[in-house]
Design a protein around this ligand. Structure first.
Ligand SMILES: C[S@@+](CC[C@H](N)C(=O)[O-])C[C@H]1O[C@@H](n2cnc3c(N)ncnc32)[C@H](O)[C@@H]1O
Length: 352
C-alpha cells in the first residue's frame, strides 16, 4: 500500500494542528470553556474532512479524465494496427510499473515495446518495397511491350497512349502477333479507342485486313473516328456507333416482361453484316453498364467467327470477365481457352 501524496495530506494535517493549537491556547487562557472548545474542534474537523473529500474527488476525476484520453488515443492507434488487447495489456502493465516505481521493469518493457515498433515498421517497409519493386517490374514489362509494338508498326506520328482506360501494351502485343501470324481478313473490336489506332497501324503494316470497332458512346465514337482519320487509317478502320440496347431483343411480350434476363449490349443492327470474323477483341462495353457487360459478345459474335478465328477477352483479372469466359466455354464447347497473365488478364479462345 503506497502513502498518499504529501500534497494531499500535509495541508489538512497542518490546518488541523493549527486549529488544535489555537483552541488549546484559548482554553488555557480561559477565553473559551473546554466544552465549547471540544465542540469547535469537532466542527473544525468536519470542515476539514469535507474539504479533503472535495480535494480527493477533484483529483480522482482529473486522473480519470487523463486516463480516458490516453486510452482513447491508444485505442485509435492500436485499432489501426490490430492487437488491441495485447497493447492494452502492455499499457496496463506499464501503468502498474509506474505506480509501483519499478524502474528496471519499466525500462525493460520500454525496450521491448521499442523493438516491437521497429519490427512493425520493418514489416511495413518490406511490404512497400515489394510493392514498388513489383510495380517497377510491371512498368518495365509494359515499356518493353510498347517498344516491340512500335518496332513492328513503325508509326510515322505520335501514337495514342495505352494503359489506364485503354488496353495495355502487352495485350496489344498478343493481338498484333495474331495479325502478323494469321493475316485476318476481318478484325472486330468491342470498345473503340487507342487500340483501334494501334491495330489499324498493324493491319497497314501487314498489308491486308480491316477493323470494325464497335462503340456504344457517340462522343467516344467521334473521338476514335477523328483519331483514326488523323493517323490516315480511315480506309482500314471503321469506328461504328452501336448504342446499347436491351439484349436479347424481346421476341414476344412474355420475354419482354422478364427484364431480369435482359441486359444492355450493342445494337444488333450494327453487327448484322459482320460474319467470318477472324480476330475478335472483346474490350467493351465498360463494366459499369451491366453486371456481365461483355457476356452477350459470346452468344452473338462467336457464331459469327470463322473456323480459324482467335478471340481475346481482356480484363479477366475481374470476376465478371472470368465468369463471362466460363459461360462462353460452357455455351460453346467447341472452343478451348488459354489464360495469359497480362497486366489486366487475357483469355484467348480458339476452336478445338
Ligand atoms: C476499356 S475501354 C477500351 C477501349 C479500346 N479497346 C482501347 O483499348 O483503347 C472501353 C471504352 O472506353 C471509352 N473510351 C474511348 N475513348 C476514350 C478516351 N479517350 N478516354 C476515355 N474513355 C474512352 C469507350 O467508350 C470505350 O468503349
Amino acid at each position: 500500500m503506497r502513502m498518499p501524496s504529501p500534497r494531499l495530506w500535509i495541508p489538512p494535517a497542518a490546518a488541523g494542528a493549527a486549529g488544535v493549537a489555537v483552541l488549546a491556547v484559548l482554553t488555557a487562557t480561559g477565553a473559551v470553556e473546554w466544552v465549547a472548545a471540544v465542540q469547535l474542534l469537532v466542527l473544525w474537523g468536519l470542515a476539514l474532512a469535507v474539504g479533503l473529500l472535495l480535494l480527493v474527488v477533484r483529483r480522482v476525476s482529473r486522473n480519470v479524465d487523463r486516463l480516458g484520453r490516453r486510452l482513447e488515443h491508444y485505442h485509435k492507434s492500436a485499432a489501426s494496427e490490430g492487437g488491441i488487447a495485447q497493447r492494452l495489456e502492455s499499457m496496463n502493465r506499464m501503468l502498474r510499473l509506474v505506480r509501483d516505481n519499478d524502474v528496471p521493469s519499466l525500462h525493460a518493457d520500454a525496450r521491448k515495446l521499442g523493438a516491437r515498433l521497429v519490427e512493425e515498421q520493418r514489416g511495413r517497409f518490406d511490404r512497400l518495397t515489394a510493392h514498388v519493386t513489383d510495380q517497377g517490374r510491371r512498368d518495365y514489362q509494359q515499356q518493353v511491350a510498347e517498344r516491340e509494338l512500335r518496332d513492328f508498326v513503325d508509326p510515322d506520328r505520335f501514337m495514342p497512349a495505352l494503359r489506364g482506360w485503354a488496353a495495355s501494351p502487352d495485350v496489344l502485343c498478343l493481338l498484333v502477333e495474331k495479325i502478323r501470324e494469321r493475316r485476318p481478313g476481318l478484325v472486330v473490336e468491342c470498345g473503340s479507342g487507342a487500340s483501334s489506332v494501334w491495330l489499324g497501324h498493324a493491319l497497314r503494316r501487314v498489308g491486308e485486313g480491316r477493323l470494325v470497332a464497335l462503340e456504344h458512346d457517340e462522343r467516344y465514337a467521334e473521338l476514335s473516328r477523328d483519331l483514326v482519320a488523323a493517323h490516315g487509317l480511315a480506309d482500314l478502320v471503321e469506328v461504328r456507333y452501336a448504342p446499347l440496347r436491351p439484349w436479347p431483343p424481346a421476341r414476344d411480350d412474355a420475354q419482354a416482361a422478364d427484364e431480369r434476363e435482359r441486359q444492355p449490349w450493342y445494337d444488333l443492327d450494327a453487327i448484322a453484316d459482320l460474319t467470318g470474323i477472324d480476330l475478335l477483341f472483346v474490350d467493351g462495353p465498360p463494366g459499369g453498364t451491366a453486371p456481365l457487360a461483355r457476356y452477350p459478345a459470346g452468344p452473338v459474335l462467336l457464331p459469327r467467327c470463322s473456323p480459324r478465328a482467335v478471340v481475346l477477352l481482356d480484363d479477366t483479372i475481374r470476376k465478371a470477365e472470368q465468369e463471362t469466359s466460363d459461360r462462353w466455354l460452357a455455351d460453346h464447347p467447341e472452343f478451348e481457352r488459354v489464360t495469359v497473365a497480362t497486366e489486366k488478364g487475357t483469355h484467348i479462345l480458339t476452336r478445338k
